[in-house]
Design a protein around this ligand. Structure first.
Ligand code: IMP
Ligand code: MG
Length: 177
């Protein structure tokens, strides 16, 4: 499946509008505070970069990289931290920035891990959510789009590291898990 067919699910205009809306909510909710946005590499970097440019409050940014054991398209729930945060998050307001929540297993692990470091608060923002596939008990505080159970690429999301550069979010047709 190196050259699968693509069908646009969310256009770059729809994404831009939604991010501006999400940024309004975040700016309002965090008024007077300086949240630390924890971006989960690599898929969420495009979302993060558009989100922070729409925020009307000061923020800090840090990155984490995690990998789940198992194949690239099925999450096992066993997570390994490949890159950790640079600083302590004690007493900070943490906003985890994700590209997509699928089974929720990765994020569930990440949330518990970060909560054990005693932040003042912890919330989750995701651009995409596939609620049908949820296994773990986790819901985002802010969500851009709920999407059907399809494998999507583009706008940071990849299939075997391909397609991250597409400006739209596309369904990878003929995809098999
Ligand atoms: P979860 O632990 O099953 O929620 O896995 C979430 C991670 O799997 C996301 O952060 C993505 O990296 C990846 N993922 C899940 N669904 C898709 C998809 O449709 N396209 C691309 N990556 C996906
Ligand atoms: Mg991800």
């Amino acid at each position: 499946m190196e050259s699968g067919k693509l069908k646009v699910l969310l256009s770059k205009e729809e994404i831009r509008e939604k991010i501006s809306y999400l940024a309004e909510l975040v700016s309002r909710d965090y008024q007077g505070r300086v949240p630390l946005l924890v971006c989960v590499l690599k898929g969420a970097v495009v979302f993060l970069s558009d989100l922070i440019r729409n925020l009307k409050i000061p923020v800090e940014v840090d990155f984490m990289a995690v990998s789940s054991y198992g194949s690239s398209t099925v999450t096992s729930g066993v997570v390994r931290i490949l890159k950790d945060l640079e600083t302590s998050i004690e007493n900070k307001d943490i906003l985890i920035v994700e590209d997509i929540i699928d089974s929720g297993l990765t994020l569930s692990y990440l949330r518990e891990n970060l909560l054990s470091r005693n932040p003042r608060s912890l919330k989750i923002i995701t651009l995409l959510d596939k609620p049908e596939r949820r296994v773990a008990d986790i819901e985002p505080d802010y969500c851009g789009f709920c999407i059907p159970d399809e494998f999507v690429v583009g706008y940071g999301l990849d299939f075997n590291e391909k397609y991250r550069n597409l400006p739209d979010i596309c369904i990878l047709l003929e995809f098999q898990r």
